[in-house]
Design a protein around this ligand. Structure first.
Ligand code: NCD
Length: 307
């Protein structure tokens, strides 16, 4: 039995196969309408979510399966003090696969250790968010035709942004990838990303404060929101929350084929005037998130691809 806790749980070849399956779904969705008939997905969300939870549910419904679950810790037995380990033992009797989001780093790993069904990490604190990364990889591959030889700018809250950590982890495995890490000093990537992921893999990267200066170098710009819920101090959040705002003026500095991605939700970091720019790809990204989660559910449940 396999789980998806970290993008590195799948080899580059396995990710390629998964993205190919997701692309096939994009083109002939109808053929997949019954491949998971009779199967159940549990969505265990201890932290707020719109896209991730609903995209998992939409993915399972598209495959003919059904969904059950909870959308906040308050409405689960966690509020009575039940441990993740016990909850997942119980859920293993109700569902065939589970997607879990939890505010604590490592919670999905604990769940996987006690589950008898595949567990998908739908975000564990500021740590990892592998299915957002699969979404990002599918989007980048669809827009650029490749996942290699490019400069990726990551901008905003690189300290607490789990989507950033997962994306860096996944992209260092492709040839000739460079990163420009754009953040205020207080929100730089954690040192394990800098040392154990970037430096250990001999990846070319720079850490800068100015988005304007970075714009012209980038092939992809990955914007992120400042993660209010992970700050210890509201004053720090208020000081940093609007440190980057991508607007039309900044987009003029970018290459004609530079695409803007964002895991969403957006707060202020992308001005709505950018939405009309053909290079704004963040809403397309949402649709790719459904296909990739369909492909992941099928893969973990070992369901055959229809001919
Ligand atoms: C992200 C998350 O939850 O980490 N959202 C998402 O899953 N699409 C990013 C965020 O909340 O800022």
């Amino acid at each position: 039995m396999r789980h998806m806790l970290n993008p590195l749980d799948f080899s580059v070849e396995e990710i390629d196969r998964l993205l190919a399956l997701a692309t096939d779904m994009e083109h002939r969705l109808d053929q997949y309408a019954h491949v998971c008939d009779g199967k159940k997905l549990a969505t265990l969300f201890y932290e707020p979510s719109t896209r991730t939870r609903l995209s998992f549910e939409s993915a399972m419904l598209n495959l003919g399966g059904s969904v059950l679950g909870f959308s906040s810790a308050d409405s689960s037995s966690a509020s009575k003090g039940e441990s993740v380990a016990d909850t997942i033992r119980v859920i293993s009797c109700y569902a065939d696969i589970a997607a879990m989001r939890h505010p604590k780093e490592g919670a999905a790993l604990v769940a996987a250790q006690h589950a008898s069904i595949p567990i998908i990490n739908a975000g564990d604190g500021g740590h990892q968010h592998p299915t957002q990364t699969l979404t990002d990889l599918l989007t980048i591959r669809a827009l650029k035709g490749r996942l290699s030889s490019m400069t990726v700018g990551l901008c905003g809250d690189l300290k607490f942004g789990r989507t950033v950590h997962s994306l860096i982890n996944a992209m260092v495995r492709y040839p000739d990838i460079r990163f420009v890490l754009i953040s205020p000093d207080e929100l730089k990537v954690p040192s394990y990303i800098r040392e154990d992921v970037l430096k250990a893999n001999h990846i070319q990267f720079e850490e800068v404060n100015s988005l304007d200066e970075a714009m012209s170098k980038l092939d992809i710009l990955y914007m992120t929101r400042v993660q209010r819920e992970r700050f210890f101090n509201e004053d720090d959040y208020i000081r940093l929350k609007d440190c980057y705002i991508l607007d039309k003026k900044k987009m003029k500095l970018a290459k004609k084929d530079m695409y803007v991605l964002h895991p969403l939700p957006r707060v202020n970091e992308i001005s709505i005037e950018v939405d009309k720019d053909p290079r704004a790809a963040y809403f397309k990204q949402v649709q790719y998130g459904v296909y990739v989660r369909m492909a992941l559910i099928m893969t973990l449940l070992e369901v055959e691809k229809p001919c």
